[in-house]
Design a protein around this ligand. Structure first.
Ligand code: PLP
Length: 388
C-alpha cells in the first residue's frame, strides 16, 4: 500500500486551499503585484511590538493558563462589553486561542458529531467548509448573490435546514465579498436559529473593519448570547497576523468543551503574543482607526477603478476585499486569475476558491499601497480590454 493510500480518507477529501496555490505561483515570478493576500500590509504598531519585547526582557517565557492570561481575558471581556454590551465572565466564558483559525476549529469540533450538518452562507472563507469536513460534519453551503449584496436570507436558510442541522456558521463582514448584515436581517436569522434550535458560530474577525453601516455582534441580539460562539482576534484589525492570537467567547459549557480540546492539542497560545494582545486592547485603538481610515481610501479607489473598467462590482462595506464580477469576459474565475497573472503579473484569487457561488468573480485584496493598487488597476484594465 502506498503512503498516499494510507492517509485518512477524510483528510484526502479536503482540497488544498485555492488561495495558497496562487501565492506559490506568484512567489516564483518577478514584478508581480499581489492583491491575493488577505493580510494587512502594515507592520504591527510599535507600542504593541515593544510590549512584547518588554515582556521578554522581564522573563515572560513560560506557558500560561490553558485559557490564556487572565488579564487578557479580562481586557477581551471589557472590550466586547464596551462595544456591544454583551457580558462574559473572563474566568469561564473566554478562551484565548492560536488565531481565529484555532478558535474556529475548536468551536466546530466541540459541537459537531459525525454526519451533523452546518449551514454556511457562501462565498465564504476557505477554512469554514474544510474544518466542518475534518470534524466529520457535513457543510451545507447557502449561496448568496451579488444582486442581494451577498447577504444571506432566512428564505434561503429555510430551504436548506434539515433535522441533521446543528449549527449556522456566519462570517460578517465577509471574506471574500465585503458584505455586512444589517441588524434587522440578523434579527430574522436569530429567530430562525431559535426556531430550529441551532448553535451560531459567528466569526467577527473583521468587525472593526466596517466602513459603511454598523457592525452588529450576533451575541448581542436578544436571547442569542447563550447559543452563539463568538470568534474574534487580532490578525486583521491590529495587523498582527504572524502573532497568531485570537479568542472565543461563549457560555461556559461551550468554552469548557473547546478548552478540553485546546489543552490537549495546543496547551496555550504563545505568552509573548498574549502580552502584545493586551497592549493592543489597552492602547491600540488610535493606530487601528488610522489603518481602517487608510483601507477605506483604498476601498474607494478600487471601487471607482473597477467600475471605470466596466467590471460590475458590489460596494464592499467591510473587511479589505472587493469581489468584482468577471462574467462578461467569458472566462472562468480560474482562467481569469491565471491569465491575468501570466500576462499582466497581477495576483488575485479566483472566486470559486470560496465556494461554487463564487464562480464568475475574483477576490482582490486592497490591503496594499495606493500606488500598488493604481498600477494593478492599470494592468487589469489592459487585460479586460481584450474581451470588450
Ligand atoms: N476568519 C476569516 C474570515 C479570515 O479571513 C481569516 C484569515 O484570513 C481567519 C478567520 C483566520 O484568522 P487568524 O489569523 O486569526 O487565524
Amino acid at each position: 500500500m502506498s503512503w498516499a493510500e494510507r492517509l485518512s480518507p477524510v483528510v484526502k477529501s479536503v482540497p488544498p486551499s485555492g488561495i495558497r496555490r496562487f501565492f506559490d505561483i506568484a512567489a516564483e515570478m518577478k514584478g508581480v503585484i499581489s492583491l491575493g493576500v488577505g493580510e494587512p500590509d502594515f507592520i504591527t504598531p510599535w507600542h504593541i511590538r515593544e510590549s512584547c519585547v518588554h515582556g521578554l526582557h522581564k522573563g515572560y517565557t513560560a506557558y500560561t493558563s490553558n485559557y490564556g492570561l487572565l488579564e487578557l481575558r479580562e481586557e477581551i471581556a471589557r472590550t466586547i462589553y464596551d462595544k456591544y454590551q454583551v457580558t462574559y465572565d473572563p474566568r469561564t466564558e473566554a478562551l484565548v486561542t492560536v488565531g481565529v483559525s484555532e478558535a474556529l476549529d475548536l468551536a466546530i469540533r466541540a459541537i459537531i458529531s459525525p454526519g451533523e450538518e452546518v449551514l454556511i452562507p457562501e462565498p465564504c472563507y476557505v477554512s469554514y467548509k474544510a474544518c466542518v469536513t475534518l470534524a466529520g460534519g457535513q457543510p451545507v453551503p447557502v449561496p448568496t448573490t451579488m444582486e442581494h449584496e451577498f447577504r444571506v436570507t432566512v428564505a434561503q436558510l429555510e430551504k436548506l435546514v434539515s433535522p441533521r442541522t446543528k449549527a449556522l456558521l456566519i462570517g460578517y463582514p465577509n471574506n471574500p465579498t465585503g458584505a455586512i448584515m444589517p441588524k434587522q436581517e440578523l434579527l430574522a436569522i436569530a429567530q430562525f436559529a431559535k426556531k430550529h434550535d441551532l448553535i451560531i458560530i459567528s466569526d467577527e474577525i473583521y468587525a472593526d473593519l466596517t466602513y459603511q453601516g454598523m457592525h452588529t455582534c450576533f451575541a448581542s441580539l436578544p436571547a442569542m448570547r447563550d447559543r452563539t460562539i463568538l470568534l474574534n482576534g487580532f490578525s486583521k484589525a491590529y495587523a498582527m497576523t504572524g502573532w497568531r492570537i485570537g479568542y472565543a467567547l461563549a457560555n461556559h459549557e461551550f468554552i469548557a468543551a473547546m478548552n478540553k480540546i485546546h489543552q490537549y492539542t495546543m496547551l496555550c497560545a504563545p505568552i509573548t503574543a498574549q502580552l502584545g494582545a493586551i497592549e493592543a486592547l489597552l492602547h491600540g485603538t488610535e493606530k487601528m482607526e488610522s489603518m481602517v481610515a487608510e483601507y477605506n481610501c483604498r476601498r474607494q479607489l478600487m471601487l471607482e477603478g473597477l467600475h471605470e473598467l466596466g467590471l460590475k462590482c458590489f460596494e464592499p462595506k467591510g473587511a479589505f476585499y472587493i469581489f468584482p464580477s468577471i462574467k462578461e469576459t467569458g472566462l472562468t474565475s480560474l482562467q481569469f486569475a491565471e491569465d491575468l497573472l501570466k500576462t499582466e503579473k497581477v495576483a488575485v484569487v479566483p472566486g470559486d476558491a470560496f465556494g461554487e457561488s463564487g464562480e464568475g468573480y475574483i477576490r482582490c485584496s486592497y490591503a496594499s499601497s495606493i500606488s500598488n493598487l493604481s498600477h494593478a488597476l492599470e494592468r487589469i484594465g489592459r487585460f479586460v480590454k481584450k474581451f470588450q
